[in-house]
Design a protein around this ligand. Structure first.
Ligand code: AHR
Length: 514
């Protein structure tokens, strides 16, 4: 920590329920299941596993997914979707073809397809977010898929679904119009013009089948893509009236021992979101459109991409270990702060999916035939999803600064808060990015106390550790988790606490009268 943006080495902000960013949309707590590595096979699905249910889904993973508090799950890719034939994954299993998956050099047996995924999603209680292939396929296949999924009955595709055992329509509301089609690694990469036209025509046709759907246009694969900005602008010139969301993807990692910059990853995410909002609003302004487009941050996480050898050197394999990154304490703190950033943009970010759910850069790890356990990053996600309720409050902290190689001096404190009018509960989520000393934090509660009288601390959780490299494993599944915090008290109408170095904190306040 270096000098202070405020007057001293204390961070401060005020909580006022009159200043609201937006509703806490449950869709911000999304996840992602791709046919990749061991996410599906030996991840969510393993018929031979001792906990498998009649459909072959691992019950241990079902339970951990429910406890994670995931709201929406994107499927079936990812890069996988850009050469996927969805028809391969429906109908009698013994008639389904085995295919090469060009994205990850996988052997895809198609034992799991759209109906099995919908069965699994129903069991977990999550909303599906279905992607169509706009890489190697186009309008017709997307229209066939939505007719298969959402049309009640009496047509070729809907009756085929019924004959496959799914009598009721799946009624899938949220659809991605392809995946990362700006990327040279993608099957069927496109220019923004090619993609924009195809996405617009696909959207038009899909809406003719089901007028109630919501559609996500593909944005840049990350903000470092050479076409970032121009891609969004041109794609939206073609699709603005047809879509509800534009997507963002990004992954963060610690590079060359630069922990300070890594801990400030949410500064980068924040700038990315602001840039896409500005681009979308520019297109909207030119069209004199009253519509405010929303953002779908449908792939985000920590991912040690620099350690990934790249798919082209891989042998063709079924369900191989692929990017099964093991996450440590610092990774969990960064995930906590990325969630804070998504909440701080609740007015414009309407969907967010952590990538991915199981094994692939995931909060849940499994061993084939063995246990499933929570990685460190599971904990900030699960607690944020459980605690964040009602409305996101606009908090404007003053904070001491931390020096970073990538972003210059950044605030040591990253924070947001939610307020639930009905229960009167307020939740504060905070990350201390500094590595050396604890950060004193003072929160002015006067406007809250004026509404609810005296407040009390109902819950205080902290994730931090003397060993930032500590991880969880099947032998020590609970080595890293959030523990009860001690250093917080309410002093008059002020909440006073100390945030340990490199830590994530959640505090739930409730009216003392409850
Ligand atoms: O989540 C892993 C991969 O990252 C996805 O398949 C792709 O969309 C992104 O590049």
């Amino acid at each position: 920590m270096s000098e202070s943006a405020g007057n001293d080495a204390v961070a401060r902000f005020a909580l006022d329920p009159a200043f609201v960013v937006g509703e806490v949309d449950r869709r911000l707590f999304g996840s992602f299941v791709e046919h990749m590595g061991r996410c599906v096979y030996t991840g969510i699905y393993e018929p031979e596993h001792p906990t498998a249910d009649a459909q072959g889904f691992r019950r241990d993973v079902l339970d951990l997914t429910r406890d994670l508090g995931v709201s929406v799950v994107r499927y079936p890719g990812g890069n996988f979707v850009s050469s996927y034939r969805w028809e391969d994954g429906v109908g009698p299993r013994d008639e389904r073809p085995t295919r090469l998956d060009l994205a990850w050099r996988g052997i895809e047996p198609n034992e799991v397809g759209v109906n099995e995924f919908m069965e699994w999603a129903g069991r977990v209680g999550v909303e599906p977010m279905m992607a169509v292939n706009l890489g190697t396929r186009g309008v017709q296949e997307a229209v066939d898929l939505i007719e298969y999924c959402n049309h009640p009955e009496g047509t070729y595709w809907s009756d085929l679904r019924r004959s496959h055992g799914a009598k009721e329509p799946h009624d899938i509301k949220l659809w991605c119009l392809g995946n990362e089609l700006d990327g040279p690694w993608q099957m069927g990469q496109k220019t923004p013009y090619e993609y924009g036209r195809l996405a617009a025509e696909t959207a038009k046709a899909m809406r003719m089948v089901d007028g109630a759907i919501e559609l996500v246009a593909v944005g840049s694969s990350n903000s470092r893509m050479p076409t970032f900005g121009t891609w969004e602008a041109e794609v939206l010139e073609h699709t603005y009236d047809q879509v509800d969301y534009i997507s963002l993807h990004d992954y963060y990692e610690e590079t060359e021992g630069d922990l300070a910059s890594f801990l400030a990853s949410s500064v980068d995410m924040d700038g990315f979101i602001n840039a896409v909002v500005a681009t979308a609003d520019h297109v909207g302004a030119k069209r004199r459109s009253p519509k405010k487009l929303k953002l779908s941050f449908d792939e985000w996480n920590v991912w040690y991409q620099s350690k990934f050898v790249g798919q082209q050197s891989l042998e063709w394999t079924f369900a191989r270990d692929l990017i099964e990154d093991e996450f440590n304490v610092a990774d969990a703190v960064v995930v906590g702060s990325l969630l804070i950033t998504l909440l701080r943009h609740a007015d414009r970010v309407g969907v967010a999916c952590q990538a991915q759910l199981v094994n692939i850069i995931a909060p849940i790890r499994t061993e084939p035939g063995g246990p499933a356990w929570r990685q460190t990053i599971y904990h900030p996600f699960a607690h944020t999803a459980r605690l964040a309720r009602g409305q996101v409050l606009r908090v404007e902290p003053s904070s001491p600064l931390c020096d970073t190689g990538k972003y210059g001096a950044v605030a040591a404190l990253d924070a947001t808060a939610t307020y639930d009018e009905e229960s009167g509960e307020t939740v504060i989520l905070a990350v201390h990015r500094g590595q050396d000393e604890a950060l004193p934090l003072q929160i002015d509660l006067r406007p809250l106390a004026a509404r609810h009288g005296d407040l009390r601390i109902a819950e205080h959780l902290v994730l931090s550790d003397d060993d930032l490299s500590a991880t969880n494993s099947k032998e020590q599944p609970d080595r890293v988790r959030a523990r009860a915090g001690e250093d917080a008290s309410i002093d008059g109408e002020q909440l006073v606490l100390r945030l340990p170095p490199v830590s994530w904190t959640a505090i739930r306040l409730q009216p003392a009268s409850r």
